[in-house]
Design a protein around this ligand. Structure first.
Ligand code: ATR
Length: 272
């Protein structure tokens, strides 16, 4: 039951009605006995500033930020974590006594998801996509591993070179070249979302490759289906969603919700 002590959290995005974050976080608040509630706020780009003023005025405790606000929200915050400042992307806002802090948990979410399947060690990682998610994942994983990013728009891939990440164009020739080199493949584009498309033709996948997709609708994308057919280890996009959510929750509350609980709630949300 909500009462006068209930703290409010939420996700802002546009559109945001299909977000799985409310079911995941509300399940976690309930399980941990925290008096808080998490809602989805659909905020068009031109109202983002007003929405952030509202966060301050109402004392909303924390937010997730999703498309298309991950970059623009930075203008309305008081401080940024090192990672979010470097990549220019925020997916988590913490309201600390009226000061709004920006963080990104996308990279760590991807790292934790991958670590379910393998030890990253010194493995070579090929990421397809240099959008908001691709940048965050590449930046995080490049702290300990060699990373190459291929992107349809070359400049976005090249912009990552200042972090020591090799960037190149997404085409068949480069896919062939870097897939021979890579031990881990991550799709960080939206290709395959609600469609039977794949960013990497199935015949290019080798058995010893670990393949992760950030797309979670469908849960088994064409990329993951074809990878499994070839005997690859795979990690679905829902795990990344779960772990980025867990990291956001930790930043807000200091508690770490159970991953199985978060995933179960998200799976129920997907099938609704
Ligand atoms: P997100 O925050 O989810 O990463 P985004 O910033 O819009 O979303 O990034 C989408 C990514 O998917 C980009 O890397 C985009 O490539 P461009 O930078 O060239 O736009 C990639 N993408 C989307 N549709 C694609 C397609 N049909 N083929 C290849 N890449 C695609």
């Amino acid at each position: 039951m909500a009462d006068a002590e209930t703290r409010l959290y939420g996700v802002i995005g546009f559109p945001v009605r299909h977000s799985l974050s409310p079911v995941m976080h509300n399940a976690a608040f309930k399980a941990l006995g925290i008096n808080a509630i998490y809602l989805a706020f659909e905020v068009p780009p031109e109202r983002l500033g007003d929405a952030m003023e509202g966060v301050r005025a109402l004392g909303i405790s924390g937010l997730n930020v999703t498309m298309p606000h991950k970059g623009a929200v930075i203008h309305f915050l008081d401080s940024l974590s090192e990672d979010s400042g470097e990549i220019g992307s925020v997916n988590t806002v913490v309201n600390r006594k009226g000061k709004l802090e920006g963080h990104t948990t996308d990279g760590l979410g991807a790292r934790r998801a991958l670590e379910r399947a393998i030890e990253l060690g010194g493995r070579k990682i090929l990421i397809i996509g240099a959008g908001g998610a691709g940048k965050a994942i590449a930046y995080e994983l490049s702290k300990d591993n060699e990373v190459v990013v291929l992107n349809r728009t070359l400049e976005k891939a090249k912009a990552l070179e200042r972090f020591g990440i090799m960037g190149d164009a997404l085409n068949r020739e480069n896919l062939g070249k870097y897939l021979e080199w890579a031990e881990v493949l991550i799709n960080a584009t939206s290709v395959g979302m609600n469609s039977w498309e794949t960013p990497v033709p199935g015949e290019m996948l080798r058995k010893d490759l670990v393949v992760m997709d950030i797309v979670y609708k469908p849960l088994k994308t064409r990329l993951l289906t074809e990878a499994e057919l070839r005997g690859c280890k795979t990690v679905d996009g829902l795990w990344m969603l779960v772990y980025q959510g867990i990291e956001s929750f930790r930043l807000w509350t200091g508690f770490k919700p159970d991953e199985g609980l978060m995933r179960g709630a998200a799976l129920e949300g997907i099938s609704e």
